[in-house]
Design a protein around this ligand. Sequence first.
Ligand SMILES: Cc1cc2nc3c(=O)[nH]c(=O)nc-3n(C[C@H](O)[C@H](O)[C@H](O)COP(=O)(O)OP(=O)(O)OC[C@H]3O[C@@H](n4cnc5c(N)ncnc54)[C@H](O)[C@@H]3O)c2cc1C
Length: 517
Amino acid sequence: MAPFLHREAVDEWARGTETVTRAWQDDFLSYTAEYDRSCSPVESSQVLRTLCRSKLLRYTDMRDDPERFFAAHRLLASRILGGFGIRFTVQFNLFAGSILGLGSDTQVGMLEDMQERGELGCFALTEVGAGVLSGFIVHTTATWDPVRGGFTISTPTVESEKNWISQGLVADWVVVFADLIMDGKALGPHPFLFRMREEATGALIPGVSVTDMGTKTIANDLDNARIRFTDVFAPREALLSRFVDITPGGEYVQLGDEPMRIEVIGQRLLTGRLAISEAAIVAVRQLFIKTKEYADAKQVNGISGKKPLAQLPQLEKLFEDAHAELTALETFTASVEARLSWDLRRGTIPDAALVEAISVCKVRNIEVATDLEHRLEQEVGSYALMAESGFIYKDMLLCCKFAEGDSRILMQKMARDELKRAQKGGMFALVREVVFQGDPMLRDKAMKTFGLARALRSAPSMIVGFEQNWEMVYALADSMCKVHVHQRPKGEDVARVLREHPNLLNYLQQPLLVSRL
Ligand SMILES: Cc1cc2nc3c(=O)[nH]c(=O)nc-3n(C[C@H](O)[C@H](O)[C@H](O)COP(=O)(O)OP(=O)(O)OC[C@H]3O[C@@H](n4cnc5c(N)ncnc54)[C@H](O)[C@@H]3O)c2cc1C
């Protein structure tokens, strides 16, 4: 496999954006032009079925045309289609994307038929007892039955039941993650694909029961289900088998170099994590565009007389700050999209540096988006209370915070990795960085790493130390996020890409700089 080359990756991505034409964008958005956010989950799922059947975005585009895949997410975010946006990403990324990334050629081939028929699927990972540690804790079991030549899928305890599963009440198919048990031995979480509803009748298959999670503060056009599996039979072919398989004779075999592990299963969480990060900043951009239009027209009685609300100094400053912060994040996030697209095209697993950069997008974009939204809401008077203003959708940012990797869990991992890197480099090098580093952001990160490393020395273990020094942990991760955004890409890199790909902004930025809220 060719090694990752940053400049080539950015160029490949910039060429890829050429399929995100204005005509395609208009076509794609036309499918949700009449979408009513207060519709029922069934009505909402019908809209998605129609969009799927249109094939404007193919399930295989995540691999063949990743720029389109990400652009589709941004377009829905530009209309603040929260519940539908989650439904869409669950279908295209978590469900179909898992089949694409984890399935055998035959299983990937099934996607074409599913799309043709507009069938929907759900992604059942999170368990009651796992919460934000979904994926790391999996107690649903898939026990190999050599006599029947298949698996018995069960959620033996309340804790192991799947919960919050988007689209779980309407889905025809499920990708469920279960601990594979063979000859009494647990082999860890594996993905299984099967129909959860009979094709002919639409009834749930025996052993599957679904219940509604209840009314949410937002996005009730999306169904979220709790799913229980009671001795559900899934044939041998249900195991998504790109990386591992079970032979007809009942032997577990690894195919290729990658064993089944969280990094393999978690691939879709990475693509989803980036899509959500992009959606958060697009949504807040739209909110600022729309609010600016209002604030330009609305007159207030300033100290020096009547003036537009937008010209009050605190608002002027906020609009300026927001533009600068969002632009920096948009640029950084686009560069991360370019790096991830490289892996998606080649089917390779992202390396640790890219995984960290994706975490940065997730943590930082949602944090900045939430902060900007809140600051704006405080400054525009009664307008913020109006249903039409868009502030009503702010709880979507809450969903973004814990979906596809909770921000706090991601920050803990970032801090742990930074400490490991510092340990490898040696304390002397770290102290030198603290003393001599000229860049204030890099120096701040070095100081926070040094401070945490010292605090942990007196703790009985890293786990206890992390709990005791939690504020230092998050402060280090926060500093790391700022450094990532600060460092890449450089102004001259951006200028080069824009020079060599003059249409880039036409495809990516300008359509989004129109409020669709
Ligand atoms: C609208 C929606 C759609 C979803 N769709 C799907 C889906 O399709 N498929 C799927 O598998 N899952 C889905 N989920 C589940 C989601 O991805 C989360 O895993 C789940 O919501 C976790 O929620 P919880 O309330 O149980 O979190 P909890 O684990 O109870 O966490 C509560 C809070 O505690 C904090 N916390 C918890 N543990 C730690 C720790 N160790 N260190 C520091 N802080 C911690 C977290 O930051 C969080 O804010 C969905 C959730 C929602 C709300």
